[in-house]
Ligand binder design. Structure first.
Ligand code: GFB
Length: 299
């Protein structure tokens, strides 16, 4: 999802984009990764590749989340350093911050208290990536930076109801319930937690801005300021889809972090702001999903 959005955004920049698919290069293989970076010699590297998933996927496969994400960060960052890459942007996640972080979360909260347990494996791997970027800057003087996006959604997301994040999972479940005239849809948890959501095209635009404007060892938050409870999010998706059945909250399922909203004042201070409102972004994403389903392309 993020990689595709960055490609769409880079069509408007005067640069040559070097890309390779997962089938052609497995970034967890160190030698293959180093060879590809050495042979293509990019000026800039953006690390958007990752093993990602919603709260269910994170809880069910912590070994895959920690291993794959640490390997990708380590192989790409070290490979970039060896090939003399001038600028590198590592993408972290808002879940690197402590579970009980003061809200909105500022960048300096990193490692100040314990992490949320449902995604600890993913968070540890992403923190390792942030630290790699910092230490390659400190020891070798590399201009490597890291950005922490808030919860994302948009075209090419993973719409699987078990492994996806809340927005694509609910689009899948509520769309199916409407089509098959199912009377109710199960929503995980109490509905009380809140999340800040950002459309992936806004993220891609922010990343290009940050690449041009930002150089520091400190990570930079990328948020939208659009915060909703899970209950409000589910109702909004229900309205957009036009489903008149019932939403039933299953409190046996995990809530995760009670609240997660980023303080993005550092980013906004660089002259960037989001342009896609949540309702508009969700409508566009639902249209994309219906179209992808009709072409058998939705995950
Ligand atoms: O999107 P989500 O999985 O991400 O869940 P997290 C957000 C909230 O939505 C949680 C609730 O309180 C879930 O219990 N929820 C309700 C659902 N129904 C559903 C559903 O059908 N599917 C899902 N997935 N959630 C992730 C991390 O945490 O955030 C990742 O696990 C990553 O590592 C990502 O960092 C940004 O915000 O809880």
């Amino acid at each position: 999802m993020v990689g595709q959005a960055i490609l769409r955004r880079l069509e408007h920049e005067p640069c040559e984009v070097l890309k390779i698919t997962h089938d052609e290069l497995d970034l967890t293989r160190q030698q293959d990764t180093e060879n590809w970076i050495e042979s293509t010699k990019p000026d800039v590297v953006i690390i958007a590749a990752a093993k990602v998933g919603g709260i269910g996927a994170n809880m069910n496969a912590p070994a895959e989340f920690i291993y794959q994400n640490m390997a990708i960060a380590q192989n790409v960052i070290h490979g970039a350093y060896k090939a003399g890459v001038e600028k590198l942007l590592f993408l972290g996640s808002s879940c690197i911050y402590p579970r009980e972080a003061k809200q909105p979360i500022t960048e300096d909260c990193l490692l100040s208290a314990p992490l949320e347990l449902t995604n600890e494996a993913y968070a540890i791997a992403k923190i390792a990536g942030v630290k790699l970027a910092q230490f390659y800057r400190k020891q070798y003087g590399c201009d490597y930076i890291s950005a922490m996006p808030t919860n994302l959604y948009g075209p090419n997301d993973n719409f699987d109801p078990e492994t996806g994040h809340v927005i694509p999972a609910l689009i899948h479940k509520i769309h199916k319930a409407k089509k098959e005239e199912i009377a109710s849809v199960a929503i995980w948890g109490t509905g009380a937690p809140s999340r800040e959501f950002m459309h992936v095209d806004d993220l891609a635009d922010a990343l290009v801005h940050v690449l041009k404007q930002y150089s520091s060892e400190n990570p930079i938050n990328i948020g939208s300021g659009e915060e909703l409870s899970i209950m409000e999010t589910a109702k909004l998706i229900q309205d957009i889809i036009g489903y008149d059945g019932e939403l039933v909250y299953n409190s046996l399922k995990p809530d995760g972090v009670p609240r997660k909203i980023l303080d993005s004042s550092k980013l906004y201070g660089l002259g960037w702001k989001p342009t896609i409102a949540l309702k508009e972004g969700l409508e566009q994403t639902y249209t994309w999903y219906c179209d992808a389903l009709s072409h058998d392309k939705a995950r």
